[in-house]
Design a protein around this ligand. Sequence first.
Ligand code: AMP
Ligand code: MG
Length: 335
Amino acid sequence: METLLLDENQIDIAVELIKRGEVVGIPTETVYGLGADASNEKAVRKIFQAKGRPADNPLIVHLADFSDAEKYTSCIPPLACRLAEKFCPGALTIVLPKNERIPLVTSGGLDTVGIRIPSHPVMHEIIKLSGRPISAPSANISGYPSPTTANHVMRDMGGKISAVIDGGQSHFGVESTVVSIENGDTVRILRPGCVTAEMLSEVGGNVVIDKAVLSGLEKGEKASSPGMKYKHYSPSADIVIIESDFEKFTAYVGENYGKNVFALVFDGEEENFPYRCMTYGKNSEKQAHFIFQRLRELDDLHAEKVYVRAPSKEGVGLAVYNRLIRSAGFEVIRL
Ligand code: AMP
Ligand code: MG
């Protein structure tokens, strides 16, 4: 299949493809998504096939406005409405009980569905003009770092999907925050993102962070967010997270240095770092913006081992840390 590379003025072509049940790479404010009609089982299966995604990993459903959530869910608790009022459109996904309009293929067999209202104008237009709910998981091969440019999508999905729309670089760089509502008064963070725990607590209610955000699951333990149980976001290189100060980090890399060994350090640190390295930003927002791109670039450089300065776990940092420990298969060294 030839994959068309479209620009932002060719949204009408993407809309026609979506209506016909095809899959299109679409820019969003988080990362690029692999979009198809969420209510069309055949179209949704094409997404799973293109990504090589396990069938039990549910797809988020994107709508033009939160008021449309009623069409696809059976119950919307008042706390979900308050969250939507504050954070939609934006990088927040709210898990709600689904109704029969969302096929089980889309929800990975669950009786719930994650609903997001994206703010990116291209994604918004596609939802509006197609009149369809759009499933859009990150547009990478399953397990690989998420794409933040149209070129990344082309590299992973070229030949497998109908088209990709080039909307430039993704603004946030990591996927949406995924939350569920418990007992009507508690927001559980299943996947951290740029809508932080601190921001979520501003609407009232308790905010809890699911155990799987910061650690792997024990054998046999059930995942509240199925995607969190897989090794994920991994380049070919072996990633190791180092929690330490810069001096100890430098010494450790020195002791373990060799061919195709790289370090990923904070902006500014490269000046005093005597080994091969890349930087991935100084503050958490910048790190979120760059992390997936850097992991892909390290593969382009044929890195085999990458030692990464551990990010902060505060605010948006929690999202960066969550992605990195998964890309490292939970290999964290504390010095
Ligand atoms: P992606 O599609 O790559 O952005 O990944 C979607 C993430 O949202 C995965 O980690 C899923 O486990 C999570 N997710 C989607 N829908 C649900 C749901 N109904 N319940 C729990 N987690 C969900
Ligand atoms: Mg993904």
